[in-house]
Design a protein around this ligand. Structure first.
Ligand SMILES: *Cc1c(COP(=O)(O)O)cnc(C)c1O
Length: 392
């Protein structure tokens, strides 16, 4: 295995497995999990995560056609559902690979039906219902029910599933989520009165998996919880214990002493008031480390939590190691994760910088190789610098 000396993200696949088992314990009987691995598995790497999820999920969900096709190219066999609308030009390749698109307009449905008929296949899809998110989906009213029936009556296509998405299930007050649920159930009932029964129903996201076992239905879509984070601080964390999956590790490249009055980094936002030792760390916003942590973040060095000094640069940042005399070139640095008795969570970064934990992991960039741990051992890496372009 290649040894990375600048920065790498450690992806603990054992934690992914534990998180899946933990969610399974909280699921209503008869409910299956859908593993949401969109945005490259929330920045963790969709393929390795999908591989270890296999025994725990009925299906996978992604956001785009390319993400779905990538999973198939890597031999992921279970159903894959695309949660966002995709251009009709993708339909033929999706049908070939038995990937389920989302459908909620007549135009989408007719295009899918036409492709399926010309390929001589039946195309499975999932119907989206908009019960309050106002993003995608059929209107949750009589016109929506009528359109759903017309769609389901088209030849060559089959509604495998019907789903909706909660806008506020991660809040302590579930009034809005309950209203969306009622609207979804009413929609399904009206559709059944029209003679249309869709086998798979799903509405739960991570927040609902944790807080709402009574509404898990046939499938529940687990996203952020796979990766060991809670959707918000308002969910009942005790119901589903989760372990963080991603750590971000680096090494000190330089240490220097500075005198009072010396400024650190762009803009002089930090100036020393006493003699200090500062460490340079080769990680910056070009790696996805949030620039809003300038003067606000912390990193772990030798098991001690030390502050980020001044602005985070594109490729480097500085930290105060006055209290860590052992810190020297090549000393390990933990930007996310555990070191000794200390831990920095993605949620801490979000709190310090005023960011969003989902976004922070998605944004860990292509310059950061991922190292996968399974059974406690590094078993694989994902490295964006290993690509080749022989024709250019
Ligand atoms: C992203 C997404 C999910 C997963 O949400 P989490 O909060 O990460 O669990 C579920 N359903 C839909 C439609 C999504 O877009």
């Amino acid at each position: 295995m290649k040894r990375y000396t600048r920065v790498y993200a450690e992806i603990d696949l054992d934690a992914v497995i534990e998180n899946m088992k933990s969610m399974k314990r909280n699921l209503a009987p008869g409910t299956g999990l859908v593993g949401v691995v969109k945005a490259d598995g929330y920045g963790h790497g969709s393929v390795p995560v999908a591989r270890v999820l296999e025994p725990y999920v009925e299906a996978y969900a992604v956001a785009t056609a390319e993400e779905a096709l990538l999973l198939r190219r890597h031999g992921i066999p279970k159903p894959i559902l695309i949660l966002g609308p995709v251009h009709e030009s993708h339909y033929a390749s999706l049908i070939e690979k038995e990937i389920r698109p989302v459908i909620f307009t007549e135009r989408q449905a007719r295009a899918l039906s036409k492709e399926a008929l010309s390929l001589g296949k039946t195309a499975d899809f999932h119907l989206a219902v908009d019960t309050g998110m106002s993003r995608i989906g059929l209107d949750a009213d009589e016109s929506g029910v009528r359109l759903a029936k017309e769609i389901c009556d088209l030849p060559g296509i089959r509604a495998e599933g019907i789903f909706t998405h909660f806008a506020r299930a991660d809040e302590a007050d579930k009034t809005w989520a309950m209203a969306q649920l009622a609207s979804f159930e009413h929609f399904i009932k009206k559709l059944e009165e029209q003679g249309v029964t869709i086998p798979v129903r799903h509405c739960a996201n991570s927040a609902a998996i944790i807080d709402f076992p009574q509404i898990h239905m046939n499938w529940a879509r687990a996203g952020i919880s796979i990766y060991g984070m809670y959707p918000s601080d308002e969910v009942e964390k005790k119901s589903v214990p989760l372990r963080p999956v991603m750590s971000l590790r680096s090494f000190v490249t330089y240490v220097k002493e500075i005198l009072p009055g010396r400024q650190v980094s762009y803009g002089g936002t930090f100036a020393a008031e006493k003699p200090m030792r500062i460490a340079t760390i080769p990680v910056g916003y070009g790696d996805g480390y949030p620039r809003n942590l300038s003067g606000r973040g912390y990193v772990l060095i030798q098991g001690r939590k030390v502050p980020v000094l001044g602005r985070v640069c594109m490729d480097q940042l500085m930290a105060d190691v006055t209290a860590v005399p052992e810190a020297d070139m090549d000393t390990p640095v933990t930007l996310i994760g555990k070191d000794g008795g200390e831990e920095i969570r993605v949620e801490d970064l979000a709190g310090w910088g005023g960011g969003f934990h989902y976004e922070i992991v998605c944004d860990i960039g292509k310059r950061v190789p991922r190292v996968y741990l399974l059974g406690g051992e590094a078993v694989a890496t994902k490295d964006y610098f290993e690509d080749e372009y022989p024709e250019i």
